[in-house]
Design a protein around this ligand. Structure first.
Ligand code: LMR
Length: 376
């Protein structure tokens, strides 16, 4: 399948690729958000004035993509408290009015991921349907008075919201219901990720790090990166950190230890029921799992199935998919990418396979053990 051909028709997209396309898209999105009343005049002079007025209004509207208190201008370098801070980091989040984001955004704004000297701009992508809810989210962010949160903008056009993104957290997608497998969402969600890949390709920072969360996240990550040929494929990740965390929790439970004693946990493959949580290479208190947990039947059968099906069981219980633990795992995944991995340990993330040492098929997105030197 040609993954780059998966896209909505031009008329439905935010705009075409390229800087001009992004510009046009920005204007269109502003119009979408702020419909203008038609006015009627009859002379050339009046028409000229109307065009000028329209341009001025658009420029004004474009400036107002920022939200509320976040439209205030400030100079970090002029302020004693903030002048040693790092340069602002732009984090774009899709599905920003959803449950996962509702946990995640506040963690990001608090400095949990990037530290207390890293100011942050949140660019929140919603849909026409969720725009009002998105304003509610932005209002709560305003009211939280986070010192590091310097800019918030909201919108429904990925070509606007992904502009200059240093990080793109792609959460927005149709979730599955009880009894549905994640792969069944591909038809509808694949379109979203093709469109967002194109938008990232056109307007994001050339070194943007992308974490795909919307299911089926491995395939969506592949679709996204195939639609973003000008961005490094190695910067695209499918979130399997949630599975890693779930696997660590199960091992801790069985071994009767706290979960910080579990290390070297690999999730191989997909964020799906075909994933393999690797108990053979994982460690408990620095020892191989099999030396600590002697119940081989539990390891080979129950453990694997429990991790594979944890998301589905949660949906049965909650009536909706996991949100808080997913947000936590996104934070964990981001932190693992930006901080040096402790000696001898690793973390799991779905990455683009090219020249991997494990003999895994090339040209797919597959979860495997990874290490970071702290710089991407
Ligand atoms: C999860 O694993 O909790 C999420 O992927 C949601 C789902 O569909 O299971």
């Amino acid at each position: 399948m040609d993954l780059s051909s998966l896209a909505r028709p031009q008329a439905l997209r935010g705009g075409s690729t390229g800087a001009l396309g992004a510009h046009a898209a920005r204007r269109r999105s502003v119009q979408l958000l702020r419909p203008r009343r038609p006015t009627f005049r009859c002379s050339v002079e009046a028409a000229k004035q109307q065009v000028q007025g329209t341009l001025a209004a658009e420029a004004e509207a474009a400036r107002k993509e920022c939200f509320g208190v976040f439209c205030t201008t400030y100079d970090l370098e002029a302020d004693e408290k903030t002048k040693s801070w790092k340069k602002l980091v732009n984090v774009s989040v899709s599905g920003a009015a959803g449950m996962i984001s509702n946990h995640l955004l506040f963690k990001l704004a608090s400095g949990e991921v990037f530290g207390q000297d890293q100011p942050i701009a949140l660019k929140l992508l919603g849909s026409e349907r969720s725009l009002q809810a998105l304003e509610g989210v932005a209002m709560e962010l305003e009211d939280s008075l986070y010192p590091l949160l310097r800019e918030v903008s909201i919108g429904i056009d990925p070509y606007v919201i992904f502009e200059d993104a240093d990080w793109a957290l792609l959460i927005g997608a149709k979730p599955r219901g009880p009894g549905v497998e994640r792969a069944a969402l591909l038809d509808i969600n694949g379109q979203i990720f093709a469109e967002q890949g194109k938008a990232l390709n056109a307007v994001a920072s050339r070194n943007v790090k992308v974490i795909v969360v919307g299911n089926p996240c491995n395939t969506n990550a592949l679709i996204c990166l195939k639609n973003a040929p000008n961005l490094p494929a190695k910067n695209f990740h499918a979130l399997t950190r949630l599975d890693e965390n779930r696997a660590k929790c199960q091992l801790a439970l069985k071994a009767g230890v706290f979960y910080d004693k579990i290390s070297n946990m690999t999730i191989w493959g997909n964020h799906s029921t075909t994933q393999v949580p690797d108990f053979l290479n994982a460690k408990i208190n620095g020892r191989p799992v099999k030396e600590v947990i002697k119940d081989t039947k539990w390891l080979e059968e129950d453990f694997t199935i429990t991790v594979q099906k944890r998301g589905g069981v949660l949906i049965q219980k909650w009536g909706r998919s996991s949100a808080a633990s997913t947000a936590v795992s996104i934070v964990d995944a981001m932190r693992s990418l930006v901080t040096p991995t402790p000696e001898g340990d690793w973390f799991s993330t779905g990455v683009y396979t090219t020249g991997n040492p494990y003999g895994i098929a090339e040209d797919i997105v597959f979860s495997m053990p990874c290490r970071s030197k702290g710089r991407w």
